[in-house]
Design a protein. Structure first.
Length: 121
């Protein structure tokens, strides 16, 4: 069996809805902005000069959590139980419409019969 690392994982997609976390406070900022536009007449007609300045002083910034922060605890839990063949069941027996649920499966028997699993590219 391949080790549970991001490199050996499969690309999957998910849809996530975010919500406020009780331990996250408000983000605060002092913002400053100034600007001007100069459009002269006469010999310089058609010229337009613009300048803008802005500054944001942010405190207690709220940033999104990296995805691996959510996945890594699951990987660590998997690593703790992966070595016990009693923790495995056949995929086909997971579905609620399966005639028999949670059929035990020993991955060592699969390796003995077919050899070690190789990652395909």
């Amino acid at each position: 069996m391949l080790p549970p690392t991001p490199e050996n994982g499969e690309a999957e997609h998910s849809y996530t809805l975010g919500g406020p976390a009780p331990y996250v406070g408000n983000e605060y900022a002092d913002t400053y902005s100034a600007g001007f536009i100069w459009t002269p007449d006469g010999a310089l007609d058609g010229l337009s000069v613009q300048a803008d300045f802005w500054k944001f002083d942010v405190r207690d910034r709220v940033l999104p959590e990296p995805a691996i922060s959510a996945v890594q605890p699951e990987i660590e839990r998997f690593k703790k139980v992966v070595g016990d063949p009693n923790n495995y069941i056949l995929n086909d027996s997971i579905s609620s419409d399966s005639p028999v649920l949670d059929i035990p499966f020993d991955p060592n028997a699969l390796t003995a019969q077919y050899g070690p699993i190789q990652k395909s590219d």
